[in-house]
Design a protein. Sequence first.
Length: 384
Amino acid sequence: MGLGLRITGALVGFALTVLILVDCFEGILQPRRITHRFRYARAFYRSTWIVWRATALRIRSGKWREGFLSVFGPLSLISLFVTWVGGLILGFALIQWGCRTALHGPDEATSFGTYLYLSGTTFFTLGYGDVTPAGALGRTLAVMESGLGFGFLAVIITYLPVLSQAFSKRETVISVLDARAGSPPSAGQFLLRIARSGNLAMIDPALAEWERWAAELLESHLSYPALSYYRSQHDNQSWLATLTTTLDICSILLAAVKDFNKYQAQLTFAMARHAAVDLALILRTPPLVCDPPRVSEADLKRLWEALAQAGLKVSSEAETDVKLAELRGMYEPFINGLARQFLFALPPLIAEDSVADNWQRSAWMARLPGIVSLSQPDRDNLHF
């Protein structure tokens, strides 16, 4: 091999190692949004998601499609770790090969495969000892790689529980929303149920809880973008549906509900919209206008009539629909873009009362005769 080729190989190996270490540091250890243009992790997720998403669109069954999409989050994270580890092993092998490190081993001829084997056993600290570096430089590189491999694997092991904890914390509020706003959640169902209960004072505590949840959603997904691909336990729930429902509720309260202190609704709307806009930006998802419109005039008419019948004082002024449309226009293009990108179904503004919530139905009801199933009148009465 020529000297120039060896030097080039060593430089490529050094550059590859530095690139992966910087990407790992930014992706795992640095809890801050990365603004520079190129990141390997971002390119990895965007390229693999394009293929995964295109494959999912070919699956006709909605249940099978959701199951297929739910695999991508954890599988892609493991695949990213594998490419990081493989890149580091390859990088050190190139450095050792480029530096012409003398090796003690069973083979007389030292090929690049031997250097690759040495790098792999060193990174994972296997300690076989069948191939060892002879010179000072080779031994130094081996010690550096073994320490790096030990620390790298430790960081990955500690990263997974943190990600799992953030996911569980996100899903808790999504599950709580089930009994409050239906499955899938909708702003109309939330306001109808709380109006029928006669306890309108519970609106502000719920909005305050969702304001904090939206802030935590933004922080966790900016720090760990892989969480965006993790789907909820139920197919009719998602972090985007919860964020959309929160914005819809605040928009209705701000635009139409009378005799109501709207301060908390303003705070929650501001935080939730901030989350929607920043997530669309960091996930490189351009806003898209809903076509056809997400809410029709018939939906709005049914919403106002239902809320009035439930005892909620709703403004009947002509400007109400215009103001609601203005508020929706501040966030709908962003959530629509996210929904198209991640194949999420956006929740309706008002859902049917006849649809059972997740807590009201179970596969055990159909399989075991001793389990009591809720009839339609019972389900209607149990909509709080």
